[in-house]
Design a protein around this ligand. Structure first.
Ligand SMILES: [Zn+2]
Length: 334
């Protein structure tokens, strides 16, 4: 498997996922249905397109070779045997009719390649009805069909669908690797700025890039110190006020949780008077170290993990924010 992307860069990080995919592609045992799960911005669609290109490539060597006629068409979205459906903009239209049409199309033999590849993006947006329609295809896929599905978390899919998919999980990459990718898109930003955004988004490059482009990462950086102060404050009101902006910024939550996790980690290091501190607000870490015991800091870190798991389960956002305030205050012994 060749991990070079159409822009000449290499698909970074996610070594376990890449090894799992390469083993199957190189041995000619790519499953009929592969699920790429991971947060938005972790490269699911990019990887799906690369796998699709490899599946239609006619080279006998490392695929996609980048030079054969199939490799010329695939990155331009003009290969007749690669179809892409779904994605965030079309999420609402990803209903049962689209899946029925896909099912009919799947039985048509490939035009040029040995296989027909269907990329279905953000399948968590499918209704149960649509998923059941897809199930019929998953149960008895034509030999020439390869389905590449993407979603945030496989738990969002029906168990019957999930059990028929071979899953590969993508996640954030090392912040330093993420900086290299970000710099290609934003060459005039400072190293510090890129590293801060990459760290805040846990190495999920797509989200770090978006927040650098629209400036929202600065808003998130500004939110963190008041939230840290709110955790240590004598009354609950301060934390409620500090988290209020999140009511309308659901997308910022993963970065806020990552940011808080790093501040709490730094606070523990402060208590032992050692470093280096890696969070975006050493002042907040110092404040928490002065006001919370070691046990309370560890309990707060457990709460962050619990909140991240709650998000993965698609918890209601208002309930999530209430939980964030109450559980963090509780952990801090307030
Ligand atoms: Zn090729």
């Amino acid at each position: 498997m060749n991990w070079t992307l159409p822009d000449g860069s290499v698909f970074a990080g996610n070594d376990a996922a890449k090894a799992a995919v390469a083993a199957r592609l190189d041995s000619g045992t790519l499953p009929h249905a592969l699920l790429l799960e991971g947060p938005s911005g972790s490269g699911r669609r990019t990887l799906a397109r690369l796998i699709a290109a490899a599946a239609v490539c006619r080279s006998d060597g490392d695929r996609p070779c980048g030079v054969c006629p199939a490799c010329h068409k695939a990155p331009r979205s003009i290969h007749p045997d690669i179809t892409e459906l779904g994605g965030s903009e079309e999420a609402r239209s990803f209903h049962i009719d689209a899946v029925r049409a896909l099912r009919e199309e799947a039985y048509i033999l490939p035009n040029e390649a040995p296989v027909r590849v269907f990329i279905l993006c953000d399948v968590q947006a499918m209704t149960d009805q649509a998923q059941n329609a897809l199930l019929k295809l998953l149960e008895e896929p034509p030999a020439h069909v390869r389905l590449l599905l993407t979603c945030e978390n496989r738990s969002q899919l029906l168990e019957t669908v999930r059990s028929r998919l071979f899953s590969v999980t993508l996640g954030g990459i090392a912040p330093t690797e993420a900086v290299t990718v970000l710099r290609r898109h934003l060459p005039d930003r400072t190293e510090e700025e890129l590293l801060r955004a990459a760290t805040l988004w846990g190495g999920v490059v797509g989200q770090a890039l978006r927040s650098l482009q629209d400036g929202s990462y600065r808003d998130i950086l500004d939110l963190l110190p008041p939230i840290a102060q709110g955790i240590a404050a004598s009354t609950e009101l301060q934390l409620l006020k500090a988290t209020a902006p999140l009511e309308k910024a659901k997308d910022a939550v993963p970065a806020v949780l990552n940011g808080l996790q790093l501040i709490l980690r730094d606070a523990l290091f402060c208590r032992y008077d050692c470093g280096p501190l890696i969070s975006t607000s050493p002042e907040s870490a110092t404040l928490l170290a002065q006001n919370l015991t070691r046990q309370q800091l560890l309990a707060a870190l457990d709460v962050i993990a619990e909140l991240q798991a709650a998000r993965a389960r698609n918890i209601n956002h208002t309930l999530f924010l209430t939980l964030l305030c109450s559980r963090l205050r509780q952990a801090a012994g307030k």
